[in-house]
Design a protein around this ligand. Sequence first.
Ligand code: GJV
Length: 420
Amino acid sequence: MQTEKEDEDDASCEEYVARSDFTGSGTDQLSFSRGDRLLVHAKPSSEWWWAELQGVIGYVPAGYLSQDAAGEEEEDPSIEDPWQDEEYFGNYGTLRLHLEMLSDKSRTEAYRQVILSNSASLSSKRVMDLGCGTGIISLFCAQLARPSMVYAVEASSMAEYTRQLVKQNGCDEVVTVLQGRAEDIELPEQVDVLVSEWMGNCLLFEFMVESVLLARDRWLRDGGTMWPSSAALTLVPCQADSYYAEKMAFWERPYGLDFTPLQPLAQQEFFTKPKFSHIIDPCDCLAAPCDVISLDMYTLQVGDLEEMKGQFHFCVEKSAVFHGFTAWFTVCFESLEAGGAIVELNTGPNSGPTHWKQTLFMLDWPVSVCAGDSISGTIVLQRNPVWRRHMTVTLHWTIKGSTDNPDNSQAGTKSFPMWR
Ligand SMILES: NC(=[NH2+])NCCC[C@H]1O[C@@H](n2cnc3c(N)ncnc32)[C@H](O)[C@@H]1O
């Protein structure tokens, strides 16, 4: 018989249905599968609830749960396809994106350099090229080295053409194209090297990296090599005068008229989401850039991707208007030979241009800063619990005046959806 307290607890418990799978990270998060019925005991915050599943208790992301049974009938599109694979792989089935990537010399030459500088060590190695697209990396392997086999895995319809390109270039003895998602295909053997070009805007957008980690855990032999081997997200406070003038200052006096009542609209429309494909000029950087998140591709776990946190502390080097932060990434490819040369692909303003360009996060209002001021804070990349290729980037910052400008101290925070 339940005690009054237990009755009371049951009364406060509410049953919810999981709309999507969730892999918890750490000991206090509860993993579950789509369709599981969870008992929610408490809602300490709007994002994380305290729930129970088959006697196990832990934190669950509230966004994953829906209460109304009716929700099951009107399937929310995100439940059907939280990875939006139909649209995602549909896009990669056309040439537009492949042309953009192949036209990116910094990107493509970096992968070619990796193969070239490891060509001797690649002899007799088994390679998996995850998300091979047109197969360029696999063709580099077959052309510049003597691997025993390259498994070129591609989920989109481009794979049919990739097979033709492999044959057209006389590489079909070495390269085998497998059409399918890396998560679903079967290889006849484990591989020595897992190479992939998985990086998205702000490094993680698209979350293709999850597929790479799953393939690592399933197909890379112990002691095998991950290319890239590591990745880092870099941040810098910046001025963005021309972007600000174009989107915000414009409304001050267009054709001699005062359109400033539209500025709150402009802020909402143009500064709510990050501006990807921004090109930051090195002189727009207000401080030395700082790596805020570093990924080790050998130890990174899928659960780690739910929330990635980084800290920063910038010393402002010149008096300017602080419009926002700019982010970019760098990936490194370790040598197959111990101590061999590392190849780096840096998508920042001091390296060759790439199709990723950089990502600009505009503050709601610019702030004047002086040389000697400090800008400290944190960046949090929160993976979208429903749309699994998306995330929200939250920046918290505090500006502290330098000794000769002590009263300029202010704090701010802003969340930027990428893109839902
Ligand atoms: N750097 C990126 N942001 N995107 C560039 C690589 C993306 C290529 O990998 C393919 N691709 C992406 N995910 C997968 C997957 N899980 N399995 C197979 N192919 C994939 C996709 O169809 C495309 O051809």
